[in-house]
Design a protein around this ligand. Structure first.
Ligand SMILES: [Zn+2]
Length: 63
């Protein structure tokens, strides 16, 4: 689907966030950042969030 670096898009999870690739659940291992390629709203400008697993390097975003 043209996603760079194997970025995954998953359903928003209830409760504890975990890595969709390796299952890491430690929140200190899951790094949240702003996804500038994914704007949710143009005005005001709001971007989505993306997450990266510090254990396996998988990146993903939630719907
Ligand atoms: Zn992982």
């Amino acid at each position: 689907m043209g996603e760079p670096n194997g970025m995954l898009t998953i359903e928003k999870t209830e409760g504890r966030r975990k890595c969709p690739s390796c299952g890491e659940e430690n929140k200190y291992m899951i790094h949240e950042s702003t996804d500038k390629t994914n704007s949710i709203s143009d005005y005001p400008r709001v971007y989505g969030k993306k997450y990266r697993c510090g254990r396996c390097g998988q990146e993903w975003r939630e719907k």
